[in-house]
Design a protein around this ligand. Structure first.
Ligand SMILES: [Zn+2]
Length: 299
């Protein structure tokens, strides 16, 4: 259970309990973005806050021009869970899932980027995201706080990095479910022969029948690894923050346009580049999980 990372024992037991309930009750909840195994702290699904009275904008209306609206269930699910990044004031991608390494590198090549060493670790972000991060770091320093990356893969990632992790869940998952008679050997072989891009909707479809592909085989693969091509880190608009447990750090980041937008992924911050007051008007809604505020698509 990845929840053991960064959490105290009491909180861990509480969250595991909630997690089991959520896993049993829902066929699919939220998930965290990929990274090296063990480089994340995740928690159970979100709890909607009391009804927000702020006038809401239309999330879909604020998607970038030329956005490829997903037509299938898998794509719609991914948009609902990861989609806040698309309203960023920096440069959002135009699609929910990048197809392959060339697709990701092609997008990254178009960006105005900045590279900087923070706390001894190289950080690569879109330039407006880096500028805002530096402003947040400066504000934090005034109150003797630091803000930095958790590890080497905390900012920019490429597609290939996520493919091996994905296979490390899919392959043992099929071995189990074929042996259990839930999936035919032919069907497993067919799906495994697809590209990772093509596998994502197939795996999510099997999970709708409780055929789970997380490492523990009792919940969605998306609690365990990021579907290839879906991470906000690919867009250079995300940072996994070392000091994510500090509420003051989270508040400072929010004042500089960095928000939490993936409710299961506690260290993960997304550069949206607008003030918190503007978020409802852009179609995001506030949810609370593990004592944090997350801004997610209202759809
Ligand atoms: Zn992340």
């Amino acid at each position: 259970m990845r929840l053991q990372y960064d959490l105290g024992n009491g909180q861990r037991m509480r969250i595991i309990f909630v997690f089991v309930i959520v896993a049993a009750a829902a066929s699919l909840g939220c998930w965290s973005f990929g990274g090296a195994a063990g480089n994340r702290a995740v928690a159970a699904g979100p709890t909607p806050m009391k009804q927000d009275q702020t006038p809401k904008g239309d999330f879909v209306k604020h998607l970038p021009a030329g956005f490829e609206m997903p037509e299938d269930d898998s794509g719609k699910l991914l948009l609902r869970e990861y989609g806040s990044v698309f309203i960023t004031s920096a440069t959002p991608p135009k699609k929910v899932v990048f197809k392959n390494q060339a697709d990701v590198l092609g997008f990254q090549a178009t960006l105005d980027k900045a590279t900087q060493t923070i706390g001894g670790t190289k950080v690569e972000l879109q330039r407006p995201a880096m500028d805002a991060l530096n402003d947040a770091i400066a504000e934090a320093r005034k109150v003797n706080l630091t803000i930095g990356p958790r590890g080497a893969d905390s900012s920019r990632r490429d597609y290939d990095a996520t493919v091996g992790l994905w296979a490390s869940r899919v392959d043992p998952g099929f071995a189990h479910w074929v042996a259990a008679g839930k999936v035919s050997a032919a069907e497993a072989k067919r799906i495994k022969a697809l590209t990772p891009y093509e596998q994502v909707p197939e795996i999510l479809k099997l999970e709708q029948q409780q055929i789970w592909f997380a490492k523990t085989l009792d919940k969605s693969i998306i609690y365990s690894v990021a579907p290839p091509g879906t991470s906000q880190h690919l867009s250079m608009l995300a940072l996994d923050v070392k000091e994510f447990e500090n509420a003051n750090v989270r508040a400072i980041l929010a004042r500089h346009g960095w928000f939490q937008t993936v409710s299961s992924d506690l260290p993960h911050f997304t550069y949206l580049g607008v003030s918190e007051a503007e978020l409802p008007g852009l179609g995001l809604k506030k949810v609370e999980n593990a004592g944090r505020v997350f801004w997610v698509p209202d759809m």
